[in-house]
Design a protein around this ligand. Structure first.
Ligand code: FAD
Ligand code: NAP
Length: 583
């Protein structure tokens, strides 16, 4: 390995076959923090990023209304107390441009850009069994070798553009929310159609309605959405958080979803109807994802879930004036089964004359035409069409890279029937290939920046330990991987979340295998499993090289993940009683 992280990619000769300790694919929050940590360890690293800047999700998703749904004071890095103190968020849930500014600030503050190649897609990565290095190739002709290949490609980064018949015949522009033009889309005074009613659509529809002459929403499945009650961040609140930031961050790490908010572990079924109504109403008035923290059994007991789902349906009927439209907007599946949406004025928008809802659950979009699209034998005419059709979640960005491990094993082929990875960190047959928030880790079921930091810290600790002990390669055993994959599936069955056709199970895209991909057992439980694996000498991994067995130094595990679990919530008793909110 290089002793200092000094080697830099020679951009004038991309094909020069330079060697680094690590190549990182992606410069979102995951790739950026990974680069920072590897440098601190003294490793040389080179990052390839398909986009023209840092920020990942927040670089690509520039649609009107895009903002986070975890409060900004918590949806931010926690690794640097100085960064925590110096950055100020303007809103409770900050908008995309501000989150992107934050990512740019981090890139500048930690001098990250000099090791990132922008506008460069990794196309192929191949493990060489002789050199024990990865050869990483890009669409711009780079060929780079590295001991470690780290996938920071994002869980929600491969846009899903359905293959609508005759889509190329439409004369107007077609936009995808996840690939929004950087100079914006001109929608003022236009007849606009939008396909989809997931989080991206629900955030953008109220704003697009203000711009467009008419807006038609094509809904295949209605979604539950909770008001954000977004507001300017109160400086007093900011000050109070900042005065005890480390404590808040530590509390967040001990919570099932990796972020802190008060919740109630009582059973909805043991409450009286009046108590339930009051609890739901209080939570509605506070808004956002913490709505699901009203009771501990909402995602375990169908009847408990029915009670909160009916509460939201009543709200929808109260808000939406036209009963037929309100009916169409009322979901009948498990609340929280698909990712809960958080909105500002979503249901209210359907009271505007120029906004229409078209139910395509029975009569799907048949084809596009030069003037619009046809659904249910009716042609709808538009000047512009927006696809808010989501992502090939969790594995989509892996699928686009030709990844070849030992003995010519292709990751795409290995994952044909669903992704297989030990702890969502690594996959058997792919030595020294790490995944940040890979399938089988809490990832999208946690506040993702915390999930990213925990993975990066674990990977860095692991690499440091390999270096200390003369280990050249690491990969999971098939047995441990199989057991983990089985465990991830088993745990998912305990939750009502596994019961519907969501992107968590790949159901949003025809032909994808139905496998519950994220780990649903709760962030702290997962973190303690990762710690245990470390403590047991990287249990479940095969370590190869010339391990130093005589003078093994004390491992240097990152301390901040060794926080005590919040036993009020994550205790054997609450788990046995199926009273763990947000799992
Ligand atoms: P990404 O931000 O997706 O970055 C991955 C990067 O890898 C991308 O820039 C991509 O271009 C690059 N890449 C992929 N493949 C290649 C390749 N072959 N070659 C080169 N580069 C490649 N999570 C929350 O916890 N809270 C929220 O409020 C929240 N809001 C969200 C809102 C939206 C609109 C979306 C889409 C997601 C949201 N998420 C949220 C999830 C969000 O994706 C994560 O919070 C986080 O930003 C992911 O960071 P990442 O670095 O892992 O991945
Ligand atoms: P999504 O939740 O997958 O929603 C996609 C929508 O498009 C769904 O309504 C889906 O219908 C519809 N759709 C897909 N293919 C279709 C087709 N062929 N015909 C008709 N309709 C089709 O995607 P998203 O809204 O982009 O959100 C993805 C995730 O990103 C979220 O769940 C969340 O984790 C994250 N996100 C967060 C925020 C935030 O609030 N911070 C904002 C945006 C995104 P079906 O439901 O029937 O499949």
């Amino acid at each position: 390995m290089h002793q200092e992280g000094t080697a830099q990619l020679d951009t004038s000769q991309p094909e020069m076959n330079q060697t680094f300790d690590a190549v990182i694919v992606g410069a979102g929050f995951a790739g950026m923090y990974m680069l920072h940590c590897l440098r601190k360890l003294g490793l040389s690293a080179c990052v390839f990023e398909a986009g023209g800047g840092v920020g990942g999700t927040w670089y690509w998703n520039r649609y009107p209304g895009a903002r986070c749904d975890v409060e900004s004071m918590q949806y931010s890095y926690s690794f640097s107390e100085e960064l925590d103190q110096e950055w100020s968020w303007s809103e409770k849930y900050s908008p995309q441009p501000e989150i992107l500014s934050y990512a740019n600030h981090v890139a500048d503050r930690f001098d990250l850009r000099r090791d990132i190649q922008f506008d460069t897609k990794v196309t192929t990565t191949t493990f060489n069994e002789t050199t024990k290095k990865w050869l990483v190739e890009t669409d711009r002709g780079h060929k780079v070798q590295a001991q470690f290949c780290i996938m920071a490609v994002g869980c929600l980064s491969a846009a899903n553009m359905p293959s609508f018949k005759d889509i190329d015949k439409f004369k107007g522009p077609i936009y995808h929310t996840g690939e929004w033009p950087h100079d914006g889309a001109k929608l003022e005074g236009l007849r606009v159609g939008i396909i989809g009613t997931g989080s991206s659509a629900i955030q953008s529809i109220p704003i697009i309605a203000k711009q467009a002459e008419s807006l038609t929403v094509f809904q295949r499945t209605p979604n539950y959405s909770i008001p954000a009650w977004n507001e300017k961040l109160d400086p007093k609140y900011e000050e109070s958080v900042k005065s005890t930031y480390p404590e808040l961050r530590a509390k967040a790490r001990g919570r099932p979803a990796g972020f802190y908010f008060p919740f109630n572990t009582d059973s909805a079924l043991e409450a009286t109807p009046e108590e339930r109504q009051k609890q739901f109403e209080d939570r509605w008035q506070k808004g956002g994802l913490p709505f699901l923290g009203a009771y501990g059994d909402l995602l375990f007991e169908q009847q408990a879930n029915d009670s909160i789902a009916e509460f939201v349906r009543t709200k929808i009927r109260d808000i939406v004036a036209d009963p037929k439209t309100a009916d169409l907007l009322c979901p009948d599946n498990v609340l929280g089964c698909k990712r809960l949406c958080v909105d500002t004025g979503y249901y209210e928008v359907y009271n505007q004359e120029h906004v229409d809802l078209v139910d395509i659950s029975e009569a799907p979009i048949d084809r596009f035409t030069p003037n619009g699209l046809v659904a249910g034998d009716q042609e709808y005419c538009f000047d512009a069409i927006i696809c808010a059709t989501g992502f090939a979640a969790m594995t989509g960005s892996f699928d686009k890279i030709s990844i070849t491990g030992r003995n010519g094993l292709s990751l795409l082929k290995k994952w044909e029937a669903g992704p297989r990875a030990y702890l969502g960190l690594a996959s058997a047959g792919f030595p020294n290939l790490f995944m940040i928030t890979g399938p089988g880790s809490p990832s999208v079921l946690a506040s993702m920046i915390q999930a990213i930091e925990q993975h990066v810290d674990w990977i860095v600790d692991c690499i440091a330990h390999m270096r200390d002990t003369n280990v050249t390669t690491i990969e999971p055993t098939n047995e441990h991987e199989d057991n983990w994959v089985e465990h991830v599936t088993d745990v998912s069955k305990v939750s009502l979340r596994s019961t519907c056709s969501s992107w968590y199970v790949g159901a949003n895209i025809p032909g994808r295998p139905r496998v519950f991909m994220p780990y649903i057992g709760g962030f702290p439980i997962y973190v303690s499993k990762c710690n245990e694996v470390m403590d047991n000498g990287l249990e479940g991994f095969i370590l190869d090289g010339d391990p130093n067995t005589t003078t093994v130094p004390e491992p240097r595990w990152t301390k901040r993940w060794r926080v005590p679990l919040d036993m009020d919530v994550i205790s054997p008793a609450t788990i046995a009683a199926r009273r763990v909110p947000i799992v």
